[in-house]
Every structure is written in C-alpha cells, then in structure tokens.
Write a protein of this length. Structure first.
Length: 108
C-alpha cells in the first residue's frame, strides 16, 4: 500500500505556504530595494532591474502581486499536485533568495 500524500495538498496547507511566500516576497522587495539604494547589491534579474529602474511601484507590484495572485487562485481552485509543486518550487527559490539577503546583510 502506497503512502497517502493527500494531507500535503489540503487547501489549508497550501494557503499557509502561499502566505509564507507572500511574506518572503515582501522581505525580498524591501531588502532588495534597501540594498540597491545603498549600493550593497544589484538586481540580478534583468526584468526586475528594468522595472526597478523604470518605476519602483512596478517593481513592488510584480514582486508582491504574483504571490498574491497565487493566493487568490488557491481560494478558487481545488488543490492539485501540480499547483503544490509550483508553490513548493516558488517557496524553495524565495528561501534561497532569503538566504542570499541574510548573507549580504550579515556582512555589512
């Protein structure tokens, strides 16, 4: 008999993961903005660098807006493994970025 992974894909678990993703996105926005303004870092993503240089509101809007859209999607569709995979992948990437921000902040 195989393991039952259905508990990993409940709406509540995925909502909590999406909220964590939003918190990480906000931290990423703020720390990136502060780091760029004080010449500690540069934005590595060319699209985000363009948005940042063009207008800071676009930068914040995209960085925070995409995880918010994901949270809204979670409210309207049934949790699926594919959605959980994408959410988990996004969390993993944001945790890596979080680690990079903590690293440069710790070495100021």
């Amino acid at each position: 008999m195989g393991a039952d992974y259905s508990l990993l894909f409940t709406r509540d678990h995925m909502r909590k993961a999406a909220l964590l993703l939003i918190a990480l996105a906000i931290f990423d926005c703020l720390s990136t903005d502060i780091g760029i303004r004080h010449a500690h870092i540069e934005e590595a993503n060319p699209l985000m660098r363009f948005l940042y240089d063009h207008h800071i509101a676009y930068f914040y809007g995209i960085k925070i807006g995409l995880p918010l859209i994901l949270l809204l999607l979670l409210k309207s569709i049934e949790p699926k493994r594919l959605l959980a995979f994408f959410l988990g992948s996004a969390l993993f990437l944001y945790l890596m970025v979080f680690g990079l921000h903590v690293f440069w902040i710790a070495h100021l």
